[in-house]
Design a protein around this ligand. Structure first.
Ligand code: GLN
Length: 277
């Protein structure tokens, strides 16, 4: 029987990544990574060895670690992810930070996260602002089910879930803040056929010829669903800042801006509905 140390060493060599090997071994054994260190000399049971070997081979074939473990950390939350949802990215925390800065402090502001996926953005905002009422939408029922489980598992109860194609099911809603990390990759972008993106839902990644199809729909629909003074904020690609600001200005938004992520790339744009619009 191989011991824990040997299993880890072999997998680290196979994957060329010791951290990933350790995450997968901890998952296969149902233990923490710290446990692995303390139990390096323990022999592993045959069924655990087989389960781990299967995970390592799937990872070697390119499946994202988050789909193999079904977990990903985002903000202060531990989230379930499945192939029905995009895997939350660290750069999306910028959108959460900006949303928190724009959210009215007083009263019970209403927020919508359009295309919530695993629920990452909606749940992070709801966790930080217990006084806010957050609406999380997705066109995918499978994604919404994951987001709902994430709300329950993180004991967050100020989020409601609605199946909706962008604003389609939000008739009559008047929101203080609309946020979204929509699909924004051009349909012919070769990145879609590489790395983790191959395994993620195309509907959460690709958006037409220039990657802006869904952003256009969100910008066009937002004014009618925002209160005067309300904000729209959305994530986009590093080369879409100019286009995003043009769309916002053409739709009548004021105080239009683009914010950069930690890598100094344009990542989030937003604007404010004027009082009389
Ligand atoms: N940021 C992701 C990527 O480029 C894309 C996410 C999205 O389309 N919303 O991998």
């Amino acid at each position: 029987m191989p011991d824990v140390r040997q299993l880890l060493a072999d997998a680290a060599a196979r994957l060329g990544d010791r951290a990933e090997a350790s995450i997968l071994l901890a998952h296969a054994l149902g233990r923490s990574r710290t446990w692995l260190v303390a139990h390096a000399d323990d022999p592993a049971a045959a069924n655990d060895v087989a389960a781990f070997a299967a995970l390592v081979e799937r990872r070697a074939a390119g499946e994202p670690v988050a789909y193999l473990t079904g977990r990903r950390g985002f903000w202060t939350l531990e989230l379930e992810v499945t192939p029905a949802t995009l895997i939350p990215r660290p750069e999306t925390e910028l959108l959460v930070e900006l949303a928190l800065a724009k959210l009215p402090r007083a009263g019970a502001p209403s927020v919508a996260d359009l295309g919530t996926g695993s629920g990452a953005i909606a749940l992070a905002i709801a966790r930080e602002c217990p006084h806010a009422r957050v609406l999380a939408t997705d066109a995918s029922a499978a994604a919404l089910a994951v987001a709902q489980r994430n709300a329950a598992a993180n004991r967050i109860d100020n989020v409601a879930f609605v199946q909706s194609d962008w604003f389609a099911a939000l008739e009559g809603e008047r929101l203080d803040l609309v946020v979204s990390n929509p699909p924004y990759i051009a349909a012919d972008d070769p990145h879609l056929t590489q790395a983790d993106l191959r395994f993620e839902p195309a509907s959460a990644l690709a958006a037409g010829r220039d990657g802006l199809d869904d952003i256009r729909r969100i910008v066009d629909g937002a004014q009618a669903h925002l209160v005067p003074g309300g904000w729209l904020l959305f994530e986009h690609g590093w080369d879409q800042g100019n286009a995003a600001r043009d769309l916002l200005e053409a739709a009548g938004f004021r105080e239009v801006f683009t914010a950069r992520d930690l890598e100094q790339r344009d990542r989030v744009s937003g604007g404010r509905r004027t009082s009389q619009a």
